[in-house]
Design a protein around this ligand. Structure first.
Ligand code: SF4
Length: 472
């Protein structure tokens, strides 16, 4: 008697089909391939860079070699994508040859993550991809917001886009996972001091500063799940990393969430440095200090109240002075973001304010020339009122004047920027920063533990921390 077996193709476990004989085994393969839409092979890459082209915080803001380095070799965005969509391939800051070799693998899609100033290099890479007949080209990161990019790419991703990329590949992300991202603080001679790991607790920003692209890039701010934060912090701890930078656009924007993230860091004995706002730090500094706060990356932006008000940066300059003083008393490491070239700025006014900023102990001042980045309210305002004078996107790195300033020309702006780099980073800073770093740690751990930690940090950072993308 023939036994009739009824199976649903949706519930069957194909690995059991061999039991029904060779004919069914062949059927298994036919059905399986018919049901599975072949997945696109995707390569996502940053711009290539050759030796000496590395971007790093100190190198871009200090003239001379008596300085530190933040040796950044990871792409935060691409690491998140790879962690959450393991089937894609990523290339982080490859050399030109590495990129060309990767193209030979014949990807269905090559996607580019870039900033506006990197557009010329990216367009060169696009041409290479076309030569290899890559069928589809994608663009992402802040540079993809630039006008005209829609003509160069088949698809533009706005925002962090893990879910959108997963959808393209026919998959879904249940909960956003946080990848390990470890870089190093060192010196231009290549000697590293300690590893610095990145943590994000939220994305986007609820403020609306006129010059900032974040409100367009990530128009609906959201939190990174605490479970993902805890997992990655635990992984950092296991590989010996104990210094964390919160790279949120605005750490502390979700107050309770930020406090819970700090609890996690405190639990694992981490020292941390948030990228945040003066007003938030004003309220939370004393409490945070007792829980591992060791410094900050902070938007000072300007010491001129009218300029701040004009660009919608709701900061009281007096509060800035007060917070900078308190940070100094607590031996906190401080990177300050500072903007020059506001509408009402003149050369003497810029110089006066930078000198004033020098009264405070900042470890690095990142000086930028105000730039009306695409799709910001400032772009609208400046292009209409004064006009844009540079269509060379490589100059849109905040170190060039790209619009027709009413009181300062391009050469004068370049000279005052150079002057500012020297003025804001006197040679003594190089020696003061490690002393502050040591004193801050002593305050938390005592001399013996601090010295042991520094030796350990030195050893592990110079031998390299293992951070495989998908086993964390
Ligand atoms: S500059 Fe900072 S505070 Fe202002 S919108 Fe951008 S991320 Fe938010």
């Amino acid at each position: 008697m023939t036994k009739i077996v009824k199976v649903s193709i949706y519930s069957i476990d194909f690995t059991d089909l061999w039991k029904f004989g060779p004919k069914l085994y062949i059927l298994k393969h036919k059905m399986k391939s018919a049901m599975e839409k072949p997945r696109k092979q995707v390569l996502l890459t940053t711009p290539y860079r050759e030796k000496g082209e590395e971007y790093e915080y100190w190198g871009s803001n200090v003239s001379g070699l008596i300085r530190y380095t933040y040796d950044k070799r990871n792409s935060n965005g691409l690491r998140f994508l790879k962690k959450n969509i393991p089937e894609i391939d990523i290339l982080e800051f490859p050399s030109k040859n590495e990129y060309k070799r990767a193209l030979k693998r014949g990807y269905d899609v090559v996607g580019f993550s870039f900033f506006t100033y990197q557009i010329p290099r990216i367009l060169e890479m696009v041409e290479e991809a076309k030569k290899e007949n890559t069928p589809e080209l994608w663009a992402g990161n802040y540079g993809a917001l630039t006008y005209g990019m829609e003509e160069k790419f088949d698809k533009i991703f706005v925002g962090y886009s893990e879910e959108e990329v997963a959808e393209e590949l026919g998959t879904k992300i249940d909960e956003l996972e946080h990848p390990m991202i470890v870089d190093y603080i060192g010196t231009p001679m290549g000697i590293r001091g300690f590893p610095l790991a990145v943590v994000f607790t939220n994305r986007g920003c609820t403020q609306n500063c006129k010059f900032c692209q974040t409100p367009v890039f990530c128009s609906k701010p959201y939190k990174i799940p605490l479970s993902s934060i805890e997992k990655v912090v635990k992984n950092y701890k296991e590989v010996g990393v104990s210094e964390i930078v919160f790279m949120d656009e605005n750490f502390g924007m979700y107050k309770k969430h930020a406090e819970k993230a700090i609890d996690i860091l405190d639990k694992y004995d981490m020292n941390w440095y948030p990228m945040t706002r003066i007003d938030l730090l004003d309220k939370r500094l004393d409490d945070w200090y007792d829980r591992g706060f060791s410094g900050t990356l902070i938007g000072v932006e300007s010491l001129d109240q009218d300029s701040l008000d004009n660009v919608g940066k709701n900061i009281d300059v007096e509060k800035t002075f007060n917070v900078l003083e308190r940070l100094e008393e607590k031996n906190s490491f401080v990177i300050g973001y500072y903007i020059i070239g506001f509408e009402d700025d003149t050369i003497p006014k810029i110089k006066k304010n930078i000198r004033k900023l020098n009264d405070y102990s900042l470890d690095l001042v990142q000086i930028c020339i105000i730039t009306p980045l695409p799709r910001t309210p400032l772009w609208e305002e400046i292009s209409e009122k004064y006009g844009i004078i540079s269509d060379d996107w490589s100059k849109w790195n905040t170190k060039h004047l790209v619009w027709d300033h009413p009181k300062i020309n391009q050469n004068e702006m370049r000279d005052v920027l150079e002057w500012g780099f020297k003025e804001a980073y006197p040679k003594t800073t190089f020696f003061k920063s490690p002393i502050k770093y040591y004193l801050r740690k002593v305050d938390r751990f005592g001399h013996f533990k601090t010295q042991a930690k520094m030796i350990k940090d030195f050893i592990i950072s110079n031998s390299g921390v293992k951070t495989k993308i998908n086993d964390c």
